[in-house]
Write a protein that binds this ligand. Structure first.
Ligand code: SAH
Length: 364
């Protein structure tokens, strides 16, 4: 059987080096052999674990967050609850269960999942079969009907392919993937420069740009401004634009060489929240944060939730709940509380969404 590695090598042998963006796009989203297309990568037996897979509390709190945002929007009916890149569907399932305490909200919901992977869409379908709300799937935001919307996305932006530029001889050149003399995949740089990039840096620095992320923030911001609503995006990344190669590959919970096994490992990059926020603001939407995931979850009640669930559980489960809470909120090495950030994009007529402080006048 041809592997994706063979296929990418053949493409390069035929047409010459491809950009890093094209490489990541093929590795993740090749229709048959792309990483997300044919597998369930999550959990202990998979390649990596995400916050909703660590604890039901994550999705539950996001569900209550959405219910509160909905009331602040004036309780529109119908209201679209959209999730970008829902993985196994765990977050949405937990969110809808928690939203049972707000029946008018649940009854108003029209759930949309934006997902490119048929394998994951099938898993989401099975999990959400009895969720009590109408659920539909779309591959692009523009295919989701217009109207007031609450949009959520966990570890979505990091999965979008970035372009990388390398500073060489005082100019930026696009980073490419080509073939070494031995016929293996190898990073390189394009022969022509990209003179329109105004940033300057020392030779050897790498600049990352996420075109798909920018397009999404533009579309999302424009939609929220026009139809009302708010979005919550949680991911790992940096609050200030900086240089550096953040492309990483993970397989079976370990870092591996990003060029070694395309299609068989997850490829991600750190999200440049400052850059994403600039694109969303350009549409007239308001951006709150980024704030640390730990601070966000505490502000929306993870400690109360942990306590309430622990009181109803036996000692072992109670200990597991506490550990999950610490992993999501803690800021030590190996914990997610500071590494992950939350950002909200909202219609400016709404108050700051739960968990976020009002912006200083300058940026509001
Ligand atoms: N939110 C989930 C999964 C994160 S992994 C969780 O927290 O567990 C990234 C998800 O985004 C996967 O479901 C993947 O198939 C999906 N995805 C990646 N690129 C996409 C794109 N361009 N459009 C829609 N979904 C995409």
């Amino acid at each position: 059987m041809t592997t994706l590695l063979d296929e990418i090598k053949a493409i390069i042998a035929d047409r010459g080096p491809i950009t890093v963006e094209q490489y990541v796009q093929l590795a993740l989203a090749h229709p048959e052999l792309g990483y997300y297309m044919n597998r369930d990568p999550f959990g202990a037996a998979g390649d990596f674990t995400t916050a909703p897979e660590i604890s039901q509390m994550f999705g539950e709190l996001v569900g209550l967050w959405a219910a509160e945002v909905w009331s602040s929007m004036g309780s529109p009916r119908p209201a679209r609850l959209v999730e970008l890149g829902p993985g196994r569907g765990t977050l949405m399932s937990d969110a809808l269960r928690a939203a049972r305490i707000a029946p008018p909200f649940r009854e108003a919901l029209d759930v949309w999942l934006m997902e490119t992977s048929p394998t994951l869409a099938a898993i989401q379908h099975d999990l959400l079969l009895d969720c009590g709300a109408p659920v539909a799937w779309a591959q692009r935001l523009k295919d989701i009907p217009e109207g007031p919307a609450i949009v959520i996305g966990n570890e979505f932006l990091d999965a979008l392919p970035v372009r990388q530029f390398v500073r060489v001889g005082g100019q930026w050149r696009e980073r490419t993937v080509g073939l070494s003399e031995e016929g293996e995949l190898a990073f390189g740089v394009a022969s022509s420069a990209e003179p329109y990039i105004s940033a300057t840096a020392q030779n050897g620095e790498i600049l990352e740009v996420n075109p798909a992320g920018h397009r999404l923030m533009f579309e999302l911001g424009a939609r929220l401004v026009k139809h009302g609503g708010a979005a919550l995006l949680v991911d790992y990344g940096h609050t200030v634009t900086s240089f550096g190669d953040t492309l990483q590959a993970v397989r079976a919970h370990r870092y591996v060489d990003p060029l070694a096994a395309p299609g068989d490992c997850d490829l991600t990059t750190h999200v440049d929240f400052a850059a994403m926020a600039r694109s969303a603001r350009a549409t007239g939407a308001v951006v709150y944060g980024p704030i640390d995931q730990g601070d966000f979850l505490r502000a929306i009640g993870i400690d109360l939730r942990t306590k309430a669930l622990a009181e109803r559980a036996g000692p072992e489960r109670s200990e597991a709940l506490q550990q999950a809470r610490n992993r999501l909120v803690g800021k030590a090495k190996g914990e997610m509380g500071a590494l992950f950030k939350a950002i909200a994009v909202a219609d400016r007529r709404l108050p700051p969404p739960p968990g976020f402080q009002p912006n200083a006048a300058k940026t509001a």
